[in-house]
Design a binder for this molecule. Structure first.
Ligand code: SDX
Length: 425
């Protein structure tokens, strides 16, 4: 119920329009603008900078203070004490699992990791040098063709089965994309391994010898999955919610999220950061790129910097930076790109252009360096992001369908031609 009201007066309108104002448990109040329609008015908010598109209980971001909560738990504490599958359970259910619930959840996921054998044929239709995100969009969408037994989106159990299948199969499909690109045989999942170890063996193992993941690398991989798990109503999650609002098949909805994530302004930024660092090539070139980033006539932007919501450090970037140092130390790697990244961060954080606009490193700034150190090729970085974010997408999709909902259908400010007749001779 609204506990406050907003009153709107509009030139040319006699009536004062009263709009309900709602308060959440955290964050800004929201003005319910639905009554505007009866006054013949729309709101106008390209890019949804000031629009709450839905009510949600899953994740909360305080951009001004660099706070990210999943089910109320700060991301820093989850990164230190939890693991990816436990956070998957938290995002899906709103509570951390008991030890028994966690064991049951993990075992359920382990028993859904294989994909239908026919799915291997989809890969043969792609060129070996196809971008793995193009393959992911196609193959994940194709899951719609295989699972007809649990697609009643209004059935909570069916929604749960879809979530389990997606959490379990995304690492398998992601690793298949990589293996296909290098001409190596697909590796089957091994249920005796934990989630990150299993992914690494499917990526880097081969049928000729036993693969044992470095535990430090496996932990870093799990933390990367965890840090990317969910992030409120970002572009790809909003895409999944909108696709879901039409009643579309959940696998097709996740495929739409993968497509939206691919853009360099969103999940494609981790790949773009590495490309940018390699283009900078040496610390002596940093100033030139900073100038380009500040030039309004140059569409170059500092990849890995800035965020629509965070006007402070992205808390995930801080954890990612610490993980980066751990992984490079463990692997005894001194990556020159890391030196460039740290120098770039230092310069940008002192530069008035970035300070004034509150442009800080985001989650993508350091993740690429860790993934490169682990041996994952640059074009697989966004695939890793998609794998990680699947739990966020399916949790929001499920939340949307768990209460009465409407198809999403925004309106517009029309500035095209007025009505006119077709010219007849
Ligand atoms: C992710 O939404 C999420 O939660 C996303 C995400 C998630 O987990 O789902 O956190 C993941 O997508 C992180 C963001 C990854 N993208 C990048 O690192 C790409 C580089 N960043 C920018 O493209 C940009 O910062 C965005 C897209 C992230 C945010 O853009 P906004 O909010 O639309 O901000 P804006 O474009 O209006 O920029 C405001 C000003 C502009 O300058 P002025 O017009 O005021 O002169 O800041 C400038 C921009 O030109 N600016 C940058 C910049 N980012 C913004 N200038 C140089 N380099 C940048 N990176």
């Amino acid at each position: 119920m609204a506990d406050k009201k907003a009153r709107l007066t509009v030139d040319g309108l006699e009536e004062v329009i009263e709009l309900p104002v709602y308060s959440g448990t955290e964050g800004p109040d929201v003005i319910d603008v639905r009554p505007l329609t009866s006054s013949g008015l729309f709101t106008y908010d390209p890019g949804f900078v000031s629009t709450a598109a839905c009510e949600s209980k899953i994740t909360y971001i305080d951009g001004a203070n660099g706070i990210l909560l999943h089910g109320g738990y700060p991301i820093e504490q989850l990164a230190e004490h939890s693991d990816y599958l436990e956070v998957c359970y938290l995002l899906l259910n709103g509570e951390l699992p008991t030890p028994e619930q966690k064991e049951t959840f993990i075992n359920t996921i382990k028993n859904h990791t294989m994909v239908h054998e026919q799915m291997r044929n989809f890969f043969n239709g792609f060129r070996r040098d196809a971008h793995p995100m193009a393959i992911m969009v196609g193959v994940v969408g194709a899951l719609s063709a295989f699972y007809h037994d649990s697609l009643d989106i209004n059935d909570a159990h069916h929604r749960e089965v879809c979530a389990y299948r997606l959490i379990a199969k995304m690492p398998t499909i992601a690793a298949m994309c990589y293996k296909y690109s290098i001409g190596q045989p697909f590796m089957y999942p091994k249920n005796g391994l934990d989630y990150a170890e299993n992914f690494l063996q499917m990526m880097f193992g081969n049928p000729c010898e036993e693969y044992v993941a470095n535990p430090i690398i496996a932990k870093a991989m799990d933390r990367i999955f965890l840090l990317h798990a969910d992030h409120e109503q970002n572009a790809s999650t909003s895409t999944v919610r909108l696709a879901g609002s039409s009643g579309a098949n959940p696998f097709a909805c996740i495929s739409s999220g993968i497509a939206a994530l691919w853009g360099p302004a969103h999940g494609g930024a981790n790949e773009a950061v590495l490309t940018m660092l390699e283009e900078i090539g040496d610390e002596s070139n940093i100033d030139e790129f900073i100038l380009r980033a500040k030039d309004p006539d140059d569409n170059f932007r500092l990849m890995g910097f800035g965020h629509r919501v965070y006007r402070n450090f992205d808390p995930r970037a801080k954890v990612m930076k610490q993980t980066c140092d751990e992984v490079l130390a463990e692997l005894n790697i001194s990556d020159p790109l890391l030196k460039i990244a740290k120098r770039l961060e230092q310069i940008a954080l002192e530069d008035e252009y970035f300070v004034k606009r509150k442009l800080y490193p985001n989650v993508d700034f350091y993740s690429g360096i860790i993934l490169k150190a682990i041996g994952i090729p640059t074009n697989m970085f966004t695939v890793i992001f998609a794998l990680s974010r699947t739990i966020g997408w399916i949790s929001h999709w499920s939340e949307f369908h768990s209460s009465p909902n409407k198809i999403g259908r925004p309106r517009q400010l029309y500035t095209g031609s007025k009505k006119r007749d077709y010219p007849t001779k």
